[in-house]
Design a protein around this ligand. Structure first.
Ligand code: FE2
Length: 380
């Protein structure tokens, strides 16, 4: 049985049950009312702006009837009801701030011990079975990475992967790009050299948040793909070198790509990106497109470089990586704001042909969340 008290002269209430207590401000409660005059009954969109709520809003009466909280607001003199479970699910009354680099409960950092437990699904089953698709998209959201097997070996099949959850993000490289050896490569991705693990296109703002790489031919020796969880690497850096973590998250790096005529992409963003409350939200790491770093104070630059080197060593540590070979008709997808990808070197013998494209994580998370609601799967 819940109880409620008006506190702070009506500017807040305290809601209490046998196992939890949370305070809520009157202005927050009024803004989050779900009555038909505040929220559109059909789509839940808010019908009022904050300017429509008096600045002096306070609670004059509070009571609980039938598991519902009833509050009277002044000066509007309106009674509004609230679902108590909804309020506790949206509680913001926390005393402590999490340490910088915290990650939300929906994601799982991983290292090489993830091994064969990668989110893996059959191409046709995710197209035809909503439960299989939900599980696979959930794995990609949680691990920032996933693989599909048994797909068609045909050009453009990668678009069917993007169609599962969203839309291709077209760039100056086109709607998709070909990854294979070229005689005059304008970009190192098109040669047989191995590449250090990286995130793609950090010189864009915003970066493409999903990359899909789809294999059509792979008879060359070597050329395995590998992925590294940039979040796990950043957390390891925080553990081993807290000041290095602060330097890479507290200063902007710069990235640039101007290797094609008519293109001059530049960005100024940190290698380790935190939200204002310290949540780890992004990694940008790409030796090929790193530009001169000019936003770190002189007195910190040597330490910044030491931290940059350390992060690179963690990324290069085989204990952090998951390696796999893609066969024709197989593809992998990465959250490009988090998981780095790389290719081992391959010989010129045989052929290797992948097609790649970009898409976005917001559409993937949206599709996953909507499917969970549709299938009645409770979100964690
Ligand atoms: Fe890449």
């Amino acid at each position: 049985m819940a109880s409620v008290d008006i506190i702070e002269d009506g500017r807040a209430i305290a809601l209490e049950t046998s196992n939890s207590r949370a305070r809520f401000h009157a202005i927050w409660l009024r803004d989050n009312a779900w009555d038909a005059e505040t929220r559109a009954p059909g789509n839940g969109q808010r019908l009022i702006a904050l300017r429509d709520i008096p600045n002096s809003t306070s609670v004059s009466d509070a009571k609980i009837e039938n598991e519902t909280l009833l509050l009277r607001f002044l000066p509007e003199d309106r009674m509004i009801s609230y679902d108590i479970d909804w309020l506790f699910n949206h509680s913001y009354d926390r005393q402590e701030r999490d340490p910088d680099g915290w990650t939300n409960a929906q994601i799982q950092p991983w290292d090489g011990s993830l091994g064969a437990d990668i989110p893996l699904a059959d191409f046709r089953s995710v197209q035809t079975d909503r439960a299989a698709k939900t599980a696979w998209l959930g794995g990609v959201a949680r691990y920032g990475f996933g693989k599909l097997i048994n797909g068609p070996v045909e050009e453009g099949a990668l678009f069917q992967v993007a169609d599962l959850f969203g839309y291709v993000r077209e760039t100056n490289y086109g709607r998709h790009f070909e990854v294979r050896t070229e005689v005059n490569p304008t970009n190192l991705a098109y040669t047989g050299l191995g590449l250090q693990a990286h995130t793609d296109n950090p010189y864009r703002d915003p970066v493409p948040t999903v990359q899909i790489l789809y294999c059509l031919e792979n008879s060359a020796e070597g050329g395995e793909n590998m992925v590294v969880d940039g979040f796990a690497c950043a957390l390891r850096l925080r553990e081993e070198d807290p000041r290095g973590f602060d330097l890479l998250s507290g200063n902007c790096a710069r990235f640039e790509f101007a290797g094609t005529e008519g293109v001059c992409l530049r960005s100024r963003r940190p290698m380790i990106e935190l939200a204002p409350d310290g949540e780890l939200v992004g990694i940008r790491f790409n030796n090929r497109s790193a530009a001169a770093i000019t936003d770190v104070p002189y007195d910190d630059m040597e330490d910044y470089y030491a931290a940059y080197r350390k992060l690179g060593e963690i990324i290069d540590d085989p204990a952090m990586e998951v390696t796999f070979k893609l066969n024709p008709g197989e593809c992998f997808i990465v959250d490009n704001t988090r998981v780095l990808h790389a290719r081992k070197g391959y010989s010129g013998e045989g052929s290797r042909w992948l097609q790649g494209c970009y898409a976005d994580m917001d559409g993937l998370r949206s599709t996953h969340a909507a499917l969970e609601i549709e299938l009645g799967i409770a979100a964690e």
